[in-house]
Design a protein around this ligand. Structure first.
Ligand SMILES: Cc1cc2nc3c(=O)[nH]c(=O)nc-3n(C[C@H](O)[C@H](O)[C@H](O)COP(=O)(O)OP(=O)(O)OC[C@H]3O[C@@H](n4cnc5c(N)ncnc54)[C@H](O)[C@@H]3O)c2cc1C
Ligand SMILES: NC(=O)c1ccc[n+]([C@@H]2O[C@H](COP(=O)([O-])OP(=O)(O)OC[C@H]3O[C@@H](n4cnc5c(N)ncnc54)[C@H](O)[C@@H]3O)[C@@H](O)[C@H]2O)c1
Length: 465
């Protein structure tokens, strides 16, 4: 049984933890691989943020004719070379992933890479099912960075039909004519944009009355209106079963008008993710879980067993790469400076949905502020009323801000429209550094006529003294 100074489970954000300060440590990284090719490097690189955004950008370009039309520019989408798109994206990603694995396996003298599913077989004791058989290892310290995986709904017939998840759908051999997407969250909204822009007829199925229901209600409602114009959006639906129909499938739904059936050529299941703590059998390692099955950590990312830390999707409320990276840096510090631990900062976690339109948000929604009894004022600003919004002929985008009426500090920011994930960044900065709305609006130049004038005007619209 080999003993290490540190064992890291997971090659996503966990892989980034090791820098030159750990050169003197005897470290093991354990990873089972991810996606259809058991790739190294975790979700974001292989089946998450990075490939999806490469497809999203391609989809944005393919959506050019619709954008051109309202500007008086007639464009035509002559074709989509799906396999070339797919191979361009994955040749790049697979090369990076293989390079990462090679670096850890061959070029990191103090690191031993174990490939296989790891399961706790005791406190600070792990058994890895490697190709050569089970190997049991122990360590003084463990970092659990095992992420999560797509969660499948309990839908009769699902396991008897071909279905796709975010782990597999980007490697389709052919674009289907019709795709049914179950789930109207991040993954559903982004893939609906990708596939519909590339010519697939998309049906989006959701349980509640709006898509992206976790967003501020005004944003979710606007997104739903726009989505309904482009896709066959079926909300307030409960999926009752799915079955094969020739080469395709039929999804049976129950909705406000009773039972209905949706035919499709491919089914993408995008109904959320579950943490991988169960694969690890974390309780066998004495590690406490939360009610939703995540590894329970304190504000310094420490798990319930001394010397065990966790970060990212396996333990975090936020399933976002920038949060996993932040928590990784906190764990890194706390491993190196156990007597001077630091805490994760989860006060102002932003997110973006790279659909069409794009959405970005940080802080409180109006509903949260109301529910929590937090005194607030609200302002909105349409893209259509700022110069760059005119240039784009945008008619649907807007920014919505919430601020504290006494201090002018920003409590929440929500943007739907072109470049939203970029345009929101100064608001994230203001919240982090305690800049009030008036000082922010009036104390600096705003480049004219750039899109951030949307933010300037939204700030000026806040009813503050
Ligand atoms: C389709 C999609 C798009 C996304 N887009 C974005 C985005 O645009 N922006 C954003 O911020 N976030 C995005 N995310 C979320 C982001 O990818 C995750 O938050 C992030 O990758 C989590 O990193 P992690 O290090 O916690 O886990 P992961 O990167 O998932 O790493 C965990 C690793 O542990 C391995 N593992 C798990 N269990 C075991 C075991 N028992 N034994 C051995 N190895 C194991 C896994 O195989 C995996 O390699 C997206 C996610 C998806 C699914
Ligand atoms: N741009 C980004 O940052 C990005 C992109 C993709 C994913 N992610 C991360 O990955 C996580 C997972 O994304 P996701 O879209 O899978 O999850 P999600 O939680 O965002 O959305 C899942 C949706 O599926 C619905 N649902 C659940 N069961 C269902 C059922 N049986 N039938 C119909 N609908 C059902 C849920 O109500 C929810 O609306 C996100 O929460 C996010 O943190 C981030």
């Amino acid at each position: 049984m080999r003993h290490f100074d540190l064992v890291i489970i997971g090659s996503g954000s966990g892989n980034s933890l090791l820098d030159e300060r750990f050169d003197g440590w005897n470290v093991a990284i354990v990873d089972k691989g991810i996606g259809p090719n058991d790739a190294y490097g975790g979700t974001c690189l292989n089946v998450g943020c990075i490939p999806t955004k490469m497809f999203v950008h391609t989809a944005d370009v393919a959506a050019g004719p619709a954008a051109g039309e309202r500007l008086g520019v007639d464009l035509e989408l002559r074709g989509v070379r799906w396999r070339e798109i797919r191979d361009r994206i994955f040749e790049r990603i697979d090369t990076i992933s293989a390079g990462g694995r090679h670096y850890r396996a061959e070029e990191s003298p103090n690191v031993t890479l174990f490939t296989g599913v790891a399961t706790f077989s005791g406190v600070k004791r792990l058994t890895v099912e490697t190709e050569g058989g089970p190997e049991t290892i122990t360590a003084d310290r463990f970092v659990i960075a095992a992420g999560g995986r797509p969660d499948l709904p309990d839908l009769p017939g699902l396991l008897d039909v071909p279905y796709w998840t975010s782990d597999t759908v980007m490697r389709l051999d052919e674009l289907p004519r019709r795709m049914i997407i179950m789930g109207t969250g991040f993954v559903g909204a982004e893939f609906a944009h990708v596939f519909s822009s590339l010519g697939v007829e998309v049906t989006l199925v959701g349980r509640s009355g709006v898509a992206l229901r976790a967003e501020d209600a005004d944003i979710a409602e606007r997104f739903t209106e726009i989505a309904t114009r482009k896709w066959d959006v079926r909300l307030n639906r409960h999926a009752t079963s799915v079955e094969r129909d020739g080469d395709g499938i039929v999804l049976h739904l129950d909705g406000p008008d009773g039972a209905e059936s949706v035919p499709g050529d491919a089914l993408l299941v995008a109904t959320g993710r579950r943490p991988n703590a169960d694969l690890l059998d974390a309780p066998a390692g004495g590690i406490e879980l939360t009610a939703d099955g995540k590894v329970k950590v304190d504000s310094t990312q420490r798990a319930s067993v001394e010397g065990v830390w966790a970060l990212g999707d396996v333990s975090s409320h936020f399933e976002l790469k920038h949060v996993a990276n932040h928590e990784m840096r906190v764990v890194q510090h706390n491993l190196l400076h156990p007597d001077d631990p630091i805490e994760s900062d989860h006060r102002f976690v932003p997110h973006a949905v790279f659909s069409a339109p794009q959405i970005a948000a940080v802080g409180l929604t109006e509903e949260q502020a109301r529910r929590r009894g937090i005194d607030h004022v609200v302002s909105t600003q349409d893209y259509a009323a700022v110069a760059y919004g005119w240039a784009m002929e945008d008619t649907t985008g807007f920014a919505k801000l919430l601020a504290d009426p006494r201090t002018g500090l920003i409590l929440g920011a929500h943007i739907i429209g072109p470049q939203a994930p970029t345009v929101i960044q100064p608001l994230i900065q203001a919240m982090h550094f305690g800049l009030d709305a008036r000082s922010m609006a009036k104390g600096q130049y705003w480049i004219h006529p750039a899109m951030p004038e949307l933010v300037e005007n939204a700030l000026l619209n806040l009813p503050l003294d």
